[in-house]
Design a protein around this ligand. Structure first.
Ligand SMILES: [Zn+2]
Length: 449
């Protein structure tokens, strides 16, 4: 059942999506529609949608044609698929095309890798190099969670331009924020777990099932946040943390099974591509294996008061904030001091290492920590979280193509290095969308040939 609610009027806000009671605050030109549907769990679910989308759903719902589903098991390690705790994901992988060389890309964080999945281009072109950056205009560190932070065209927008529909079911508030109104149908995550800022997987999957069954978008982008959030949590110590993680793996595996079962029971499986991957892996550190750069940088007479840090768990981004004329001298000092810290794996003068493809938003110096370590700034107790990512040890990710469509290879393993920027071209090839050329060409390539 679809119930449409239209509202009128005045002040714009980027955060109105999903809140029908406040939609009347939006100018008429920006109004959109809210669609209420009965969820799989029995409760009513509300999706925000582009104006007119409800008519498309009601009157011209496509019954045939390819459907692509991208499911991100946030923070899952490749070895966890084979742990015996995720038999459904293991079977799904065995029936499709597996990429054992799946890789997250720098910075190995959630927001940049989801953006790479949906834009097909690296951060120097999409504007989103990390979860957290130092905003020079603001003079403060902040999360890249605004629609205006994303500078490249997304796959969802491309699909809509070519007459298709897209859905987003993203468990984390900042992902919902940065993708804004890209999808035709958008679920606002909820209920939100305090502190973690994400909706638990059973609710996220309820929304994913509903969006597919009710609106049947050509493309649906799903983020399941529980495995990652349990990986970060340290409520009860190391042993229990492992137990919590194992419990989350089992539970999330069952949620993915619900999705596959729905595709099969509703007759969608034979025309579906299901891309399953993680955005990054996970590494755990002990409390004494912490790198804090704020103090050693502030202790240097050249750098004191002229440096800012954006902390991203396993990677730190360091920004020179002093006079431009002294920038290179400052950067050289930052590099030398960071290299001398125990637990630091690598230090890069970003502008001189173009292969990082991070762009100016990532600051002047990129610092990675070693496996088993984490960054904690501005002081050693600022980041008490044992589970982190962003550093090279968290690059390997699970990555496979599944689904019942004849275009999906069966029971094969590929030696290719598959990365998060490959998702957009792969799905575009499957849906028959045109590939941009010239300066707009994607950095990734189709894994379906
Ligand atoms: Zn993540």
């Amino acid at each position: 059942m679809t119930d449409c609610v239209h509202r009128d009027a005045a002040t714009p806000s980027p955060f109105l999506d999903g809140d029908p009671e406040r939609e009347h605050l939006r100018p008429a030109a920006q109004r959109r529609t809210f669609l209420k549907v009965a969820g799989a769990g029995g409760a009513a679910l509300t999706f925000s949608a582009a104006l007119g989308a409800e008519r498309a759903a009601a009157t011209s719902r496509p019954a045939l044609g390819n459907r692509a589903y991208v499911i991100v098991v946030d923070g899952c390690r490749p070895d966890e698929i084979d742990s015996g705790l995720m038999p459904n994901l293991q079977a799904l992988r065995a029936g499709g095309l597996h990429f054992p060389q799946g890789r997250s890309l720098p910075i190995m964080e959630t927001i940049p890798n989801h953006v790479m999945m949906m834009t097909g281009v690296r951060p120097d072109r999409n504007g989103v190099p990390a979860n957290s950056v130092y905003d020079r205009a603001l003079g403060a560190e902040r999360t890249l969670e605004l629609p205006t932070d994303l500078k490249a065209t997304t796959l969802m927008t491309l699909a809509r331009k070519h007459g298709m529909t897209a859905g987003s079911v993203l468990s984390k508030e900042y992902l919902y924020g940065i993708f804004g109104r890209n999808a035709t149908y958008r679920w606002e995550p909820g209920p939100i777990v305090p502190v973690s800022g994400h909706a638990p997987d059973p609710f996220t999957m309820d929304a994913a099932l509903s969006i597919v069954e009710e609106f049947d978008p050509h493309l649906v982008f799903v983020n399941l946040g529980d495995v990652d959030r349990v990986g970060h949590t340290d409520l009860t110590g190391g042993l229990s943390l492992e137990l919590l993680r194992r419990t989350a793996l089992v539970a999330t595996d069952l949620q993915v099974k619900r999705f596959v079962d729905m595709l099969k029971s509703t007759g969608r499986w034979a025309r579906s591509l299901v891309v399953v991957l993680a955005d990054h892996s996970m590494d755990w550190s002990l409390p004494h294996k912490v790198v804090s750069l704020t103090s050693p940088l502030a202790a240097d007479p050249v750098l004191k008061g002229k440096v800012a840090i954006a902390q991203n768990g396993g990677a730190n981004l360091v920004y020179w904030t002093g006079p431009a004329s002294q920038r290179q001298a400052g950067v050289d000092r930052i590099v030398a001091i960071a290299k001398a810290q125990p637990g630091v794996l690598g230090v890069y003068d970003r502008a001189r290492v173009p292969r990082l493809r991070l762009g100016a938003n990532a600051g002047d110096v990129v610092v990675y920590c070693r496996a088993g370590w984490r960054f904690s700034d501005p002081h050693v107790l600022a980041n008490p979280i044992p589970g982190n990512h962003g550093h090279p040890t968290t690059e390997p990710i699970p990555f496979f193509l599944a689904g019942g469509h004849p275009a999906v290879p069966r029971g094969r393993t590929s030696p290719l290095v598959a990365t998060t920027v490959d998702v957009t071209p792969t799905v575009a090839r499957f849906l028959g969308l045109p590939f941009p050329t010239g300066r707009w060409a994607w950095d990734g390539r189709s894994l379906l040939g």
